[in-house]
Design a binder for this molecule. Structure first.
Ligand SMILES: Cc1ncc(COP(=O)(O)O)c(C=O)c1O
Length: 441
C-alpha cells in the first residue's frame, strides 16, 4: 500500500514543477516532507511521524508554532479591522515604535511582505540616496530572490587547495547576465579584499549588504575588527552599510546582530522572527536616508498591495510585545546552549573534530577543528559527514536542513523538549553516519 506522503508527492507532480510550491522544499521524490500540523517545536507529517524541528521554516518561528498569544491577537485584530484596505492604519506607526524600542539603528521604516522585498527596498533606497549604482555582497550570502542578489561563488566546483579563485555564477536559470554588471562579491573577513574593493569602487559603490552572522552559511560570523573596518570604509566613502537582519533580526538578540557587535548599519532589513511565522518584513534606518523614499518628484518608489496588511502587522505587534516584555530571549538562549552542549558531547564521544559558529538562537555546526572564517573555509569542512548525520537525525525524528550551511534555529518552545531523547538519538545518528561514511569506498 502506498503511504500518504508518496501519494501526495505523486499527485503534486501533476500540478507544480517538482511537485512543490517553491524549489527549496523539494528533497527528492522519496524524501520531500509533507506536513500535517505544527505546534510548539514539533512537526507532524502526513504519515503521523513526529519531529522536533530545528529548521523552523528557515527561521521565522521564534516563540513556537501555533503560539496562541500571537494567533489570538491576529484573529482578534482582523475580526475587528479586516485584513487590508490599501490605506494607512495606526498599527503601521505602532509596529515601527515597537521595533525602535529594540533597535536603536532605526529612525524611519517602511514595510514589505518578504525578506526579498525588504532587500529590494533597502537597495533601491541606498541607490536613490547616494545617486550611485554599484552594490557589493559577501560570499556565502543569500539575500533573497531578486535577480541582482542571485549571484554566488561556485564553491562546489572550486578546488579549495588550488590557487584559482572560485567562479561567480548565477543561482540558476533565468538570471540575466546584465544583473551581474553592477555587483561585486568579496569574501568575509578578508581585509585586503575589503580595502581593495573600496580602492576600486569607493566612489561608485551605493551600498554593501551583508549578514554579519551569515544565516545562510552556518552562522559563520564577521570578525568585529573586519566589520568595524567595513563600517569605517563605508562612512569615509559615502557608501551605505546595509545589514540584512532577515534571519538574525529579533533572533540572535532583541536588537539583532547589530546589538551583539555594537556596530550599526545605515539601513537594515528585517523579516522572519518579527512575525513568528506570519508574513511581514520591513526595511529602515537613518531618517535622512529613508526620507528619499516618497511619491515626490525623484523620490524612491516603494509600494505593494499587501504591504502592511493587518495579518502580518498584528502578528508583528504581538510578537515584538512578547519579545520586549517577557524573558523569551533568556529561555531561547538557555535552550540553545543546552542543545549545543548535548551535541558537543555526542561529537566528542564519537571522536569528531567539530566547532559551533554563531549565537545560541541560530548556531551552525561544522566538522572541522576551528570555526570557519568565511565561505571558502566552509568548503574545507567535512560537510559530507554532516549531511549523513543530518539525514540520520531526520529519520530519528529530528528535523533540520541536511546541509551545514543552514543553521540550527531555536525557539522558546524548545525549552520544553526532551533533551535526554535528543542526546540518545544524536548519538545513534552519529554512529550510523560514521558507519555509512566508512562503507563508502
Ligand atoms: C538573510 C536573508 N535575506 C533575505 C532573505 C529572503 O527572504 P524571503 O525568503 O522572505 O524572501 C533570506 C531568506 O532566507 C535571508 O536569509
Amino acid at each position: 500500500m502506498t503511504d500518504i506522503r508518496s501519494r501526495l508527492m505523486a499527485e503534486a507532480h501533476h500540478h507544480m514543477p517538482q511537485g512543490v510550491a517553491e524549489n527549496y522544499r523539494y528533497w527528492g521524490d522519496e524524501r520531500t516532507v509533507f506536513i500535517q500540523s505544527a505546534h510548539g517545536c514539533t512537526l507532524t507529517d502526513v504519515n503521523n511521524k513526529k519531529y522536533v524541528d530545528f529548521r523552523l521554516g528557515y527561521g521565522p518561528i521564534i516563540l513556537g508554532y501555533n503560539d496562541a498569544r500571537i494567533d489570538d491577537a491576529v484573529i482578534n485584530h482582523i475580526k475587528a479591522h479586516g485584513t487590508l484596505t490599501g490605506f494607512a492604519t495606526e498599527l503601521d506607526t505602532q509596529v515601527v515604535q515597537d521595533i525602535k524600542k529594540l533597535c536603536p539603528n532605526i529612525d524611519k521604516m517602511r514595510f514589505a511582505n518578504s525578506g526579498t522585498e525588504a532587500v529590494m527596498g533597502a537597495v533601491r533606497t541606498a541607490r536613490g540616496f547616494t545617486k550611485r549604482d554599484r552594490i557589493a555582497i559577501v560570499e556565502g550570502a543569500f539575500h533573497g530572490l531578486y535577480d541582482e542578489m542571485m549571484w554566488k561563488i561556485d564553491v562546489e566546483s572550486w578546488d579549495p587547495h588550488g590557487k584559482e579563485e572560485p567562479q561567480i555564477i548565477p543561482f540558476g536559470g533565468g538570471i540575466p547576465q546584465s544583473t551581474r554588471s553592477l555587483l561585486d562579491i568579496i569574501p568575509l573577513n578578508d581585509h585586503d579584499a575589503l580595502t581593495s574593493l573600496f580602492a576600486r569602487r569607493g566612489d561608485s559603490l551605493a551600498a554593501i549588504i551583508l549578514e554579519p552572522i551569515i544565516g545562510n552559511c552556518g552562522s559563520i560570523a564577521a570578525e568585529p575588527a573586519w566589520l568595524q573596518l567595513l563600517r569605517d570604509l563605508c562612512t569615509r566613502n559615502g557608501t551605505l552599510l546595509i545589514i540584512d537582519e532577515v534571519k538574525t533580526g529579533f533572533r540572535v538578540a532583541a536588537g539583532g546582530a547589530q546589538q551583539l557587535y555594537g556596530i550599526y548599519a545605515d539601513l537594515t532589513t528585517y523579516a522572519k522572527a518579527m512575525g513568528n511565522g506570519y508574513p511581514v518584513a520591513a526595511f529602515g534606518g537613518r531618517a535622512d536616508v529613508m526620507n528619499v523614499v516618497g511619491s515626490f518628484a525623484g523620490g524612491v518608489v516603494h509600494g505593494g498591495t499587501y504591504t502592511a496588511n493587518l495579518i502580518g502587522m498584528s502578528a508583528a505587534h504581538a510578537t515584538l510585545d512578547i519579545l520586549t516584555n517577557t524573558h523569551a530571549y533568556a529561555r531561547i538562549n538557555q535552550a540553545g546552549s543546552t542543545i549545543r552542549a548535548i551535541l558537543g558531547r555526542v561529537f566528542t564521544r564519537a571522536g569528531i573534530e567539530h566547532c559551533f559558529a554563531g549565537p545560541d538562537a541560530m548556531f551552525g555546526i561544522h566538522f572541522t577543528p576551528e570555526v570557519p572564517n568565511n565561505y571558502r573555509d566552509w568548503r574545507r569542512t567535512n560537510s559530507s559527514l554532516y549531511r549523513a548525520f543530518a539525514w540520520r537525525l531526520i529519520e530519528h525524528g529530528v528535523m533540520l536542513e541536511p546541509d551545514s550551511r543552514e543553521p540550527w534555529f531555536i525557539c522558546e518552545a524548545h525549552e520544553r523538549m526532551d533533551f535526554a531523547w535528543l542526546e540518545d538519538v544524536a548519538g545513534r545518528a552519529m554512529r550510523e553516519a560514521l558507519d555509512e561514511m566508512a562503507s563508502i569506498p
